[in-house]
Design a protein around this ligand. Structure first.
Ligand code: PGA
Length: 260
């Protein structure tokens, strides 16, 4: 019987990001060849930056096109306007959208400023479903074990909703916001159930600060206290780690050889 998730330790975060970008570009190509749009779930944070840089390079140098790609981001801070420097709208424009041929109408993020949050979340779910569901979901992991902003206590079947951010999550981003007082207290996030509905999932984690939560995620009990543990129940989930993020695993995996 297959053991999942698959866990690969790369020599460094550059190799991991390059490999994932190559795999995602193949997926886009395959789906487009069979006349389908590729529906990609995207993530923000420091972890996916090199992955986006590599997608941009593939677009510029290897003819990778995003014209038949539809994207859905995991989350957005509640209360931030789109053009706030720390909004995820701004992040995605700067890190990817402004540099590739992805039509803006095919990109989706939860809105930070919205009148009826519940309706907005229900609409977000509906748009994902109407697009055919997520072919792929990219994930980072917070030190609380969150995927998206599914903080401890997020049920396995949760859907897109507003959530109160964990204190540790807020502290981890305080510097970017110029102090804890400026960090939003709430966000809108895809739920664990929304994320697990993706046909393929990849979680990247780099650096020593992630070592302990990666150990808990892969070796601890499957629990809503660490939402990333739910990935262990998904047959097409992968973890891409650097040696530092893998360093607390009880049986550290050797770095893999990556094709140049
Ligand atoms: P990071 O955040 O990539 O900035 O470490 C990951 C997360 O909180 O999901």
């Amino acid at each position: 019987m297959r053991q999942y998730p698959s866990v690969t330790v790369f020599a460094n975060k550059h190799d991991a990001s390059r490999q994932l970008a190559l795999d995602v570009s193949s997926l886009i190509y395959q789906l487009n060849q069979s006349d389908r749009y590729a529906v990609l779930g995207l993530a923000t944070g420091s972890t996916p930056k090199l992955f986006y840089q590599e997608l941009i390079r593939l677009h510029r140098e290897e003819n990778l096109s995003f014209k038949k790609v539809i994207t859905f981001n995991l989350d957005e801070y509640l209360g931030l306007p789109k053009d706030h420097p720390e909004s995820y709208h701004t992040f995605m424009r700067e890190q990817l959208f402004d540099h590739v041929d992805l039509p803006p109408a095919q990109t989706h993020l939860p809105q930070g400023i919205v009148d009826d949050v519940e309706q907005h979340c229900a609409d977000y779910e509906k748009t994902i479903a109407e697009s055919g569901g997520l072919d792929f979901q990219l994930l980072g992991i917070g030190r609380t074990g969150h995927i998206g902003f599914n903080e401890p206590g997020s049920p396995r079947d949760s859907r897109t909703r507003a959530i109160e951010l964990d204190e540790l999550t807020r502290r981890d981003t305080a510097e970017a916001f110029g102090g804890l007082d400026h960090v939003p207290t709430h966000a809108i996030t895809m739920g664990c159930g929304t994320i697990l509905g993706a046909r393929r999932l990849a979680l990247m984690a780099f650096g020593e600060a992630k070592a302990e939560i990666i150990r808990e995620t892969l070796e601890g009990p499957i629990t809503d206290q660490v939402s990333a543990t739910f990935l262990r129940e998904h047959p097409r989930s992968r973890f891409l780690l650097d040696p530092e993020a893998a360093s607390a695993l009880s049986q550290p995996l050797p770095p893999c050889e990556t094709a140049e």
